[in-house]
Design a protein around this ligand. Structure first.
Ligand code: BTN
Length: 247
């Protein structure tokens, strides 16, 4: 069994690109390699969302890995574990790690604001899935840029050496997550994610098959789906829709 592995030494370092995920999809990037760009001009988010840049030098990272379908419980579980790798990395570089949480399916929050987003793009071919892992982390905000809806890790200016250490740690944590998935060491990580979840103790309202459900966060399934404890019993959610509300 060959556990997917991202090689720290196999990087494509770009000055500017539309989207590191788009670049990563090209034949220039082999499995296990990764891309970082100083600037991203058309960053993409989940669904039709954009990923705004808060300034040159923030983390615009993508990697390409090849997974064997029968080794992974589901893509939502992979997504959750990539989220936890990102959360662990951000916490490792903060003086106040408790401030950060994982908002299912895979956003990282600093207190009440988003600090990191993840865009996974999968291409399945028979028993293999090629996964593009795109991660944006707001390290700092360039004062010339107006937008303030995101949180940032530092109030200071861009620091190349610090960013390099963060990237190295992110790759290590992503590799540990992929190892846990392949070796089926899932429960401990799922418990860690549950206890560091942004949704913990929150009341959630959403529609499933046209029916409105209101319930409290009750953990995750082994497939990475969200469980809600509602008056009519436990409801399982596969993803957030536009009607997903935290009350
Ligand atoms: C989201 O929160 O909706 C996901 C945001 C993902 C942003 C990252 S930045 C690097 C990579 N390249 C992209 O175009 N998007 C991802």
């Amino acid at each position: 069994m060959k556990i997917p592995y991202i090689e720290y030494n196999q990087s494509h370092r770009l000055i500017e690109v539309d989207s590191t995920n788009n670049f990563c999809k090209t034949a220039n990037v082999k499995h296990g390699e990764w891309v970082i760009s100083e600037k991203q001009t058309n960053g993409r988010g989940r669904g039709d969302n954009k990923w705004d840049s808060l300034g040159i030098g923030n983390i615009f990272f993508s990697s390409k890995v090849l997974l064997e379908i029968d080794k992974i419980p589901s893509l939502p579980l992979v997504s959750l574990f990539i989220g936890s790798a990102t959360l662990r990395t951000i916490r490792n570089f903060s003086n106040n790690p408790e401030e950060f949480s994982l908002k299912w399916p895979n956003d990282v929050y600093k207190s009440q604001k988003k600090i990191a987003g993840i865009l996974l793009e999968a291409n399945t071919q028979s028993d293999l899935v090629e996964l593009i892992i795109g991660i944006g982390i707001n390290l700092y905000q360039d004062q010339k840029i107006e937008k303030r809806e995101y949180a940032v890790l530092y109030e200071t200016e861009y620091d190349f050496l610090l960013k390099e250490k963060i990237l190295q740690n992110l790759i290590e944590n992503l590799n540990v997550s992929m190892q846990k998935i392949y070796l089926k060491n899932l429960s401990e990580e799922l418990l860690w994610i549950e206890s560091n979840s942004f949704l913990k103790d929150k009341l959630i309202q959403t529609k499933v098959n046209g029916i409105l459900h209101t319930g409290r966060f009750a953990g995750f399934t082994i497939d990475g789906f969200l469980l809600l404890n509602t008056e009519s019993g436990i409801v399982t959610l596969m993803d957030t829709g536009s009607d997903f509300k935290i009350k």
